[in-house]
Write a protein that binds this ligand. Structure first.
Ligand SMILES: Nc1ncnc2c1ncn2[C@@H]1O[C@H](COP(=O)(O)OP(=O)(O)O)[C@@H](O)[C@H]1O
Ligand SMILES: N[C@@H](CCC(=O)OP(=O)(O)O)C(=O)O
Length: 362
């Protein structure tokens, strides 16, 4: 079957899945997962893989005995380990006749509309050629404020970007438990629906040996993706044949029920809470109109202030005069052009309705 241009599945593999208890890479597990991914690809499923593991692979290869700065240590392990990680995937997928591509990204690439579209076009191009894109965070440049919370956030952003039907997060537990999974009384939650989104699930801050964000980011990101219309499955990547079994509902997992699908630009915006480049304040009249039944765009006449340096196409945060965040939108022109038009009538919309995402609680 030839690859479809429409993407179906984003799969994220956590560091712990690819690592043994003795901290060495688990090559057998990696080969087994590659075999399953290859099988799904041959079945005509388009796959984008998000793989952690660079730091874990680097740590297994390079002994850093000196008392190095922890950030530098991580950069050294990530940059050396990424080579090994991709080399290993390349050899396993070569056995299956599937070429692979490496894509390394930072948070900034999801903030900048141009970078975002370049990434999206590249991924679609790779898929059309039957190539498997393997994405990881660019840990060499992404330090402190440039970092994703972890690769679960990157996976959720990628799923929204490529309009995925499903997102599978593979970790080292069977899914989300109703308490710390180390406790014998903790039970696996098989299904999380919109009604249970707000229920408190006791997620302990404990992470597995090499995990970064823990179950809490998985939970938050899964809810975010489900809200955008993407079904999310969290399952145990340490189980044999897990990808096939979980898709056939034969293996334990937690599923997050998808709500109605949102238009892809709105998905990009919905993820923009931390990625905006500028802010505008709108007056009471504009706020009222925005939350009425009417479909409206934001015009300069309703804007009272703007801040930040932004270009056409960047994400803008929208606030009311009390400072409450109302939503996000895409700028139709840059900050200097907006400054000239603020408060004026008969000016071109600054945020068009099609590129406007309002927070539900506002
Ligand atoms: N309520 C919970 N349900 C499931 N796992 C939990 C829960 N609370 C904490 N965890 C921990 O989260 C870990 C998975 O997150 P993480 O270490 O970031 O994995 P990964 O490397 O796959 O991203 C599990 O190993 C588990 O110990
Ligand atoms: N980019 C890092 C992974 C960071 C991360 O989020 O790890 P994980 O929590 O295991 O998904 C690496 O490849 O080591």
């Amino acid at each position: 079957m030839s690859p479809k241009t429409e993407i179906n599945l984003v799969i994220k593999i956590g560091s712990n899945v690819l690592t043994q208890d003795n901290a060495k890479p688990d090559l057998k597990r990696m080969q087994e997962l590659s075999r399953q991914l290859a099988y799904l690809k041959r079945e005509g499923v388009n796959i984008v893989l998000i793989s952690s593991g660079a730091v874990a692979f680097g740590r297994g290869e390079i002994a850093l005995t000196e008392k190095l700065d922890p950030v530098l240590k991580k950069q050294i392990w990530a940059s050396t380990g990424q080579v090994e990680l991709i080399k290993t995937y390349k050899s396993f997928f070569a056995e299956e006749g599937i070429p692979v591509a490496q894509i390394l990204v930072t948070k900034e690439d999801f903030r900048d509309r141009k970078h975002f579209l370049n990434m999206k076009n590249c991924i679609q191009g790779l898929l059309r050629q039957g190539i498997l894109p393997i994405i990881n965070e660019n840990d060499t440049v992404a330090i402190t404020e440039l970092m994703f919370t972890d690769n679960d956030e990157l996976a959720s952003l990628t799923a929204a970007m490529v309009n995925a039907h499903k997102l599978i997060l593979l970790t080292n537990v069977d899914g989300v438990y109703d308490g710390p999974p180390s406790l014998p009384e903790a039970k696996l939650i098989p299904r999380i629906t919109k009604d249970s989104f707000s229920e408190e699930i006791q997620v302990s801050p404990i992470k597995s040996a090499f995990g970064r964000g823990g179950m809490l980011t998985k939970l938050n990101m899964a809810k975010k993706s489900a809200n955008l219309g993407i079904e999310v499955l969290i399952a145990n990547g340490k189980r044999d044949n897990i990808l096939i079994d979980v898709l056939e509902k034969k293996a334990p997992h937690t599923v997050f029920e998808a709500l109605a699908k949102k238009q892809s630009t709105k998905k990009w915006l919905a993820h923009g809470a931390e990625y905006y480049k500028g802010e505008i304040t709108i007056n009471e009249g504009a706020k009222e109109a925005l939350f009425s039944e009417k479909i409206i765009s934001i015009l300069p006449v309703g804007i009272t202030d703007s801040s930040g340096s932004f270009s056409k196409g960047d994400i803008i945060s929208i606030r009311d005069e009390a400072g409450s965040k109302l939503g996000l939108g895409r700028a139709e022109y840059n900050d200097l052009q907006l400054k000239e038009k603020i408060g004026q009538k008969n000016q071109k919309a600054f945020i068009h309705y099609d590129y406007l995402y309002l927070f539900q609680h506002a």
